[in-house]
Design a protein around this ligand. Structure first.
Ligand code: ASP
Ligand code: MG
Length: 336
């Protein structure tokens, strides 16, 4: 018997029919005697819709009220999943962010989880009740609803897994694992059996959409075993226990897998892409100490985030080229 957190994304939760499919996957895990907590996203597209309502209501919206609105998407799906599980004969209940509570700092719309009180949650799981927890939301010390930033449900799942000392945090999504690159673009992309936290952190931060970057950092810090797998499996598919997607593992675990022959030693783990970067090339920069600081200090002062930097080997006349990237949205300001 294990204690497992199962997280389902927006595509898997989009509509009552898909929620029934999710409920069946959850029911199968619970039927194996596991203690199960489920973390859910809002239905696909719902959070965007709610954000638009806020913009329409007040272009200069108050982030605290924005959180009240956008957190509702996950409240709906957690209640619906609990209802569906009950209809399948399972004991299940929802636990909203403020009920556990999931305590966060007050930074509305980009809150960070500080602590989760898991006592009541664990007691109910031990009594055989499936816990359904809305992702993305928490509660400030002033009692008001907070949200964790877009894509935050992954972080909720990892934080819950850490709080209840889960054996595994299974992230069910619309792909069946982490690929060498985007399989929708490159047909030859392969699914990976395992990638390390560091590799996943890099891939997520440069555009691989599988996991929210912050959730990977948290998993690494807390040592949570994360697995990425597909929720779009047939009725007769083997449960996640035997049908692993991609495990996110520590460096040591990866070395063991390589030694056992389960994984090949790879020099390049994967390739991710991001179309929102702009490249700036400055030519004929004086090739002397301090010159580059004169370029990057004003950018830092303007809070423009520079990602990649390449400085070429100096040319003859004591000059060199400096190339760097900034977010597309900051290009005009960077040029100025
Ligand atoms: N529903 C939220 C969003 O769309 C959180 C999540 O799905 O992870 O950003
Ligand atoms: Mg997501």
């Amino acid at each position: 018997m294990a204690r497992i957190v199962m997280k389902f994304g927006g595509t898997s939760m989009a509509g009552t029919e898909r929620i029934r499919r999710v409920a069946n996957i959850v029911r199968k895990q619970a039927a194996r005697g596991h203690e199960v907590a489920v973390v859910v996203s809002a239905m696909a597209g719902e959070t965007d819709r709610l954000v638009n309502f806020c913009r329409e209501a007040n272009a200069l919206y108050d982030p605290a009220e924005y959180d009240v609105v956008v957190a509702s998407g996950e409240q709906v799906t957690s209640g619906l999943l609990a209802l569906t599980l009950q209809s399948l004969g399972c004991k299940a209940r929802s636990w909203l962010g403020w009920q556990l509570p999931i305590r966060t700092i007050e930074a509305h719309a980009k809150a960070r989880i500080e602590e989760i009180d898991a006592q009541a949650l664990v007691a109910s799981m031990q009594a055989g009740e499936i816990a359904v927890i809305p992702g993305f939301q928490g509660c400030g010390s002033d009692g008001r609803v907070t949200t964790l930033g877009r894509g935050g449900s992954d972080t909720s799942a990892v934080a819950v897994a850490a709080a209840i000392k889960a054996d595994r945090c299974d992230i069910y999504t619309d792909v069946d694992g982490v690929y060498t690159t985007d399989p929708r673009i490159v047909a030859k992309a392969r699914k990976q059996k395992a990638v390390t936290y560091e590799e996943m952190l890099e891939l997520a931060s440069v555009g691989a959409k599988v996991l929210q970057t912050r959730s990977v950092g948290l998993a690494m810090k807390e040592g949570v075993r994360v697995q990425v797998l597909s929720s779009f499996v047939g009725e007769d598919a083997v449960p996640a226990d035997e049908h692993p997607g991609t495990m996110i593992v520590s460096e040591e675990e990866m070395n063991e897998l390589v030694e056992k022959g389960d994984m090949e030693r790879q020099h390049v783990t994967g390739i991710a892409h991001d179309k929102n970067e702009a490249k700036v090339i400055l030519t004929r920069v004086p090739d002397k100490p301090g010159a580059v600081a004169h370029i990057f200090e004003p950018l830092a002062a303007a809070s423009i985030n520079v990602d990649m930097i390449i400085q070429n080997v100096g040319r003859d006349k004591g000059e060199t080229d400096v190339t760097f990237t900034v977010p597309q949205a900051d290009l005009a300001r960077a040029q100025a």
